[in-house]
Design a protein around this ligand. Structure first.
Ligand code: PEP
Ligand code: MN
Length: 262
C-alpha cells in the first residue's frame, strides 16, 4: 500500500463510481438498519442531499452484549431493497469470518470495524474476496499499524482498500474519540490508497459532526462516512452522533463549498 511501490494515487471502481482521484464521495446512513421505512427513507433523503453511497449496519459489534445487535440477514435484505429503490451503493460491516459470505452477497463495500482492524483472519478473508473494503482505524492503532492491516488485505490480492480515520482514544472525555485529522495527510503521503474520514464516531457529538465533516474535506480526505437517521433521539444505536435529514443537507452544502474551493 506504500507510495514507494506505487507513487501515483490509486483510484478504484466501486460499482459505477470511481473512488480516489478528484471526486469526493459521501457514504451516509444510519448506524444500524432498523426498519424498511427507516433505511429506504434515509437512502432517499441522503441521495437527494448528494450522498453517493448508503451505510447501515446489519451485523453490529456492540460494546455491550445486551444492546441492539442488528437485524442481521433481515438487515441485509433491507439494504438491498434500499439500493434497488435509490441506486445507492451499500456499505455494511462484516463482523466475523462466519458471516462474511452472506454479507459479501449484499455489500458493495465491506466495512471492517475499528474493533476488528487487527483481526488478521478476517483481514485475510476479505482479502480473498474481490469486494472493495473500507478499513477503519482501530481505536488504539497507530498509523503504521493501520497500514499493516491494509497490507494483510492487499497481500491476498484484493487491491481495492479504502483507509478510514474514525477517531482514536485519548485522555479527552468530552468527545467519544479524538478525530485524528493528522492521519489524513500522513496516510496520503505514506500510501497511495484513498482515505476517508468518519466524523460521527470521531467526535461522537451530533452538533459537532458538521464541523468535522468540513475539516475532513479541507484536510484532503477522499470521502466521508457519516451517520444520518430520520429521528436521531429514537435511533437504536448511535443516535447521539447521528444527523437528521435537515442537518445532513446543510452539512452537504458546506462540504460542497469547501471541496469546490480546493
Ligand atoms: C460503525 O460504523 O457504526 C462502527 C461501529 O464504527 P467503528 O467500527 O469505527 O466503531
Ligand atoms: Mn455507529
Amino acid at each position: 500500500v506504500s507510495r514507494e511501490v506505487k507513487p501515483e494515487d490509486s483510484t478504484m471502481q466501486v460499482g459505477n463510481l470511481t473512488v480516489g482521484g478528484k471526486t469526493i464521495h459521501v457514504i451516509a446512513g444510519p448506524c444500524s438498519v432498523e426498519t424498511r421505512e427507516q433505511i429506504v427513507g434515509t437512502a432517499q433523503a441522503v441521495k437527494k442531499a448528494g450522498a453517493t453511497m448508503l451505510r447501515g449496519g446489519a451485523f453490529k459489534p456492540r460494546t455491550s452484549p445486551y444492546e441492539f445487535q442488528g437485524l442481521k440477514n433481515d438487515g441485509l435484505s433491507l439494504l438491498a431493497e434500499a439500493r434497488k429503490e435509490t441506486g445507492l451503493l451499500v456499505t455494511t460491516e462484516v463482523k466475523d469470518t462466519a458471516t462474511l459470505a452472506q454479507v459479501a452477497e449484499t455489500a458493495d463495500i465491506l466495512q471492517i470495524g475499528a474493533r476488528n482492524m487487527q483481526n488478521f483472519s478476517l483481514l485475510e478473508a476479505v482479502g480473498d474476496t474481490r469486494k472493495p473494503v473500507l478499513l477503519k482505524r482501530g481505536m488504539s492503532a497507530t498509523i503504521k499499524e493501520m497500514l499493516m492491516a491494509a497490507e494483510y488485505i492487499v497481500a491476498k490480492g484484493n487491491t481495492r482498500v479504502i483507509l478510514c480515520e474514525r477517531g482514536i482514544r485519548t485522555f479527552e472525555t468530552m468527545t467519544r474519540n479524538t478525530l485524528d485529522l493528522n492521519a489524513v495527510p500522513m496516510l496520503k503521503s505514506l500510501s497511495h490508497l484513498p482515505v476517508f474520514v468518519d466524523p460521527s464516531h470521531g467526535i461522537g457529538v451530533r452538533k459537532a459532526v458538521p464541523a468535522m465533516m468540513r475539516a475532513a474535506i479541507a484536510v484532503g480526505a477522499d470521502g466521508i462516512i457519516v451517520e444520518v437517521h430520520p429521528d436521531p433521539p429514537r435511533a437504536l444505536s448511535d443516535g447521539h452522533q447521528s444527523l437528521d435529514f435537515t442537518e445532513f443537507e446543510k452539512a452537504m452544502d458546506e462540504v460542497r463549498a469547501i471541496a469546490g474551493a480546493l
